[in-house]
Design a protein around this ligand. Structure first.
Ligand SMILES: C[S@@+](CC[C@H](N)C(=O)[O-])C[C@H]1O[C@@H](n2cnc3c(N)ncnc32)[C@H](O)[C@@H]1O
Length: 470
């Protein structure tokens, strides 16, 4: 048996054992994905490929998709799909897998995430990138650049005037490059710089004005934060940008060095923005989706769905990414609010909105209990699950018969009540036709930028992996 087959057999065997165990005990099986994958050098994940190009809230740990993608869970010709693609972890692992490469499509509502996912999965010609880089840095030396600075009431709160001017000039020079994948690469580098040169606390994912005195006087953190503010009064934007471009150039080279990817034999694409109503549009510059001529997803066409859905009220995706969205011109103050409202799991709900029954007892009972404490929170939870019903119905339709949808999700607390999100999502899955085949529990150790919850919210610690079969 060849090496590839032996590896695939190994992952398959493990999945079989886990399924058997689950059937016996009928409760989540504790399993450590990272430990299992770390046996293989090729599956170890630190700063490899393009994973570390840009931060994003609640990024998925790559070894979970690697684990499933390494098995015979679907055939090599099948298309993988992630309806909550975020910054593209599943998309990237799907096309870059050393033994089992598969085309992948994603859906993602946050325009910044779409841009990052696009850049992380698009190979670039190294020489062309060099030429564009030289041109960009030459342009940056000019004195006649009119800075492009976002119109935002509170911008002075987040950036010194000096930083605004420097960032604005940098953005103007990037905008002068032709609309192509190379420009998007530089925009992603630019975006990854925004928080580093801001006056926002770097220790808290959603922007909060940094107050060093919040940290213990005399502590290292206190001194570091004082330095951070001092430095960002006149930040070295150009030097930091250069460093970022150099680092990301190395990362994108490791992607482009994969022949199947550079030759376009295997591709990953974000194709739509809302998984409640999935369609196939065209991915354009800056991660925008061209909707004209979009077509419906073909029923029974996808070989595997693997995704980490948004958390209920726990991850402030739009708030956390608002400064980058503004600087990239991907949103303004008005559209930020709209985007937040549209994002599943949003806290922005209308007080007075009626609860809509999901017909799933555990969910409806929970919403009623929460209503007694906070109507607003009950609406949020109710809206979250109703949105997820739509996603699960659509996922069921487009998945091939006998294939699986894998959800990676954390439980949390709302108003002091434990919300067994994983179990409730599995119930929704069953209500639309799926069969619960396996539930695994893993500890979260490094979900990037996880937001700490307030005291009634609880911290998300365990990650549940729910495998549902059509
Ligand atoms: C847990 S994150 C996914 C992280 C991703 N796996 C990664 O590694 O970066 C959930 C994502 O769902 C997105 N989302 C929320 N509502 C959505 C919707 N209606 N359609 C598509 N994506 C949505 C959020 O913007 C967020 O990026």
């Amino acid at each position: 048996m060849g090496k590839k087959m032996a590896i695939i057999e190994d992952f398959d065997k493990k999945i079989g054992e886990l399924k058997l165990q689950y059937r016996k005990v009928n409760r989540p099986i504790v399993f450590n994905f990272r430990d299992f994958c770390s046996v293989w050098k090729w599956a170890k994940r630190s700063d490899v490929l393009t994973h570390h190009m840009h931060k994003y809230p609640a990024k998925l740990i790559p070894c979970i998709p690697i684990f499933f993608l390494s098995s015979k869970i679907c055939s090599e010709n099948d298309i993988v799909m992630d309806p909550f693609a975020g910054s593209g972890t599943v998309l990237l692992e799907s096309i870059a897998h050393p033994y089992n490469k598969r085309n992948c499509v994603g859906i993602e509502i946050n325009p910044l995430a779409r841009l990052i996912a696009k850049v992380k999965t698009t190979p670039l010609d190294h020489k062309k990138l060099q030429r564009k880089k030289d041109k960009l840095f030459l342009n940056l030396k000019r004195n006649d650049i009119t800075p492009i600075i976002p119109e935002y009431d509170n911008l002075n709160l987040w950036f010194s005037k000096n930083a605004q001017n420097k960032l604005g000039k940098l953005r103007a020079c990037i905008e002068e490059l032709g609309n192509d994948d190379y420009k998007d690469f530089f925009l992603a580098c630019f975006s990854s710089l925004i928080r580093k040169v801001s006056l926002a606390d770097p220790n808290i994912p959603p922007p909060v004005v940094l107050k060093p005195d919040k940290y213990k006087e005399g502590s290292d953190r206190h001194d570091e934060m004082k330095d951070f503010i001092e430095r960002n009064k006149t930040p070295k934007v150009k030097a930091l940008f250069k460093q970022c471009v150099d680092d990301n150039e190395r990362r994108v080279k490791s992607l482009s060095d994969i022949e199947d990817i550079s030759k376009g034999k295997v591709k990953a694409r974000i194709v739509w923005d809302d998984s409640r109503n999935p369609k196939v549009g065209r991915l354009a510059a800056k991660g925008n989706i061209k909707k004209k001529g979009a077509r419906a997803f073909k029923e029974n066409s996808i070989g595997l769905i693997i995704t980490s859905p948004p958390y209920i009220t726990a991850q402030k995706y739009v708030r956390t990414t608002k400064l980058e969205l503004l600087w990239l011109g991907l949103a303004d103050s008005k559209s930020l609010i709209e985007l937040d409202k549209e994002t599943i799991g949003s806290e922005r709900v209308k007080v007075g909105e009626k609860l809509v029954t999901t017909n799933i007892k555990a969910i409806d009972d929970l919403c009623n209990k929460i209503t007694d404490i906070s109507k607003e929170r009950a609406i949020m939870v109710n809206r979250y699950f109703n949105d997820m019903v739509l996603v699960m119905q659509n996922s069921y339709k487009i998945l091939k018969k006998d294939r699986v949808m894998i959800l990676i999700v954390g439980n949390n607390k709302v108003c002091g009540y434990d919300v067994n999100t994983h179990d409730m999502l599995a119930e929704i899955g069953e209500s639309v036709g799926f069969r619960r085949e396996l539930v695994i529990k893993d500890r979260i150790r490094s979900r990037g930028m996880i937001t700490r919850r307030h005291k009634n919210g609880g911290l998300i610690e365990d990650e549940y992996i729910v495998v549902l079969r059509k």
